[in-house]
Write a protein that binds this ligand. Structure first.
Ligand SMILES: [Zn+2]
Length: 316
């Protein structure tokens, strides 16, 4: 693993930095040069830290461009803080998201359905699939990358073979396939995006979470194999995807809030539309409260969450 990380980082151009972040934040990918750019801004919870990290990398330079692979709350939560720190920066989002941001449509931006929070920001420019955009010193092809998120894009720089994959491809696992949950796509939608990535044949994948990984030591091939195996499993066992997604959504929320009074935790569980959909996709035959307990019980017993008489807390 260590050598894979080192190989990928040696293949990055000297004017690029990958600020690898821990959950809940996505990585922040910085393209330096005359017009510095950051791609993806992390979660609102870590927005202050993101500004500090960017200042360290930029030195005296101003941030000129903020771009996004997709607008999940772990990828655009720092954007408002970055805009406050660098008011002249232009902000780019995938084309269909532009009007959602400009009107701050919480449901279209998925914060309504998931109950997640995200600081408000503005956007001025669209990343249009089929076009090329200059970010930092490099020209990046924009490609649609549906599956995890319907509106996501990935950015490919052919000269160095760099792929900024967002959550369309990780090294060792697969994100929740939100399009399957929403009924706007399928597990095959995600697999089609993997096929597109394979066709682009990147030399280095810079994922939304985790370290960059490289083709030359086999890490990209291994990532394809494990992602496809996982997708096949979900295709054969769609209910298991729903159970997995429910746990991910609950854990995500508790990583943000850390601790909640039990009553508030229950209110949140009962008011999150996406969780009700997952109940239907997992075990519609089981009453809601029994289903919730069946999802939560293993999370508590494994220490993923903790609870006492009054509060529910994030665990390990
Ligand atoms: Zn993410």
């Amino acid at each position: 693993m260590q050598s894979e990380m080192n190989l990928a980082s040696t293949l990055l151009p000297a004017d690029m930095r990958v600020l690898e972040r821990g959950w809940l934040s996505s990585n922040n990918i910085v393209c330096l040069g005359d017009e510095p750019c950051v791609i993806d801004t992390g979660h609102t919870k870590h927005a202050g830290e993101t500004v500090t990290l960017l200042r360290d990398v930029l030195g005296d330079q101003a941030l000129v461009t903020i771009a996004h692979t997709h607008l999940h709350s772990d990828h655009c939560g720092g954007t408002g803080a970055l805009q406050a720190a660098w008011p002249d920066a232009s902000t780019w989002v995938p084309l269909p998201s532009l009007s959602h941001v400009q009107t701050w449509d919480q449901d279209a931006l998925t914060f309504g359905g998931t109950g997640q929070r995200c600081d408000v920001f503005t956007a001025s420019d669209a990343l249009i699939p089929g076009n090329t955009v200059r970010l930092g010193n490099h020209h990046w092809e924009i490609h649609s990358a549906p599956g995890h998120d319907a509106l996501a894009v990935l950015l490919f720089e052919p000269e160095h073979g760099l792929l900024i994959s967002g959550d369309a491809m990780w090294e060792s696992s697969v994100g929740v396939i939100f399009q399957h949950i929403e009924g706007t796509g399928s597990f095959d939608t995600y697999a089609d995006t993997l096929a597109l990535i394979e066709k682009l044949s990147p030399r280095v994948v810079i994922p939304g979470h985790g370290a960059p990984f490289a083709r030359d030591d086999g890490a990209i091939d291994a990532a394809f194999a494990s992602a496809r195996k996982r997708i096949e499993y979900f295709k054969d066992n769609p209910a298991q995807h729903a159970a997995h997604a429910a746990k991910v959504m609950i854990k995500y929320q508790m990583m943000d809030f850390e601790t909640l009074p039990r009553a508030e935790f229950d209110v949140w569980l009962n008011s999150m539309p996406l969780l009700a959909v997952l109940h239907q996709q997992h075990r519609p035959d089981v009453p809601w409260n029994d289903w919730l307990e069946s999802v939560l019980e293993p999370m508590f017993s494994k220490g993923v969450l903790r609870r006492n008489a009054t509060h529910v807390m994030n665990g390990d």
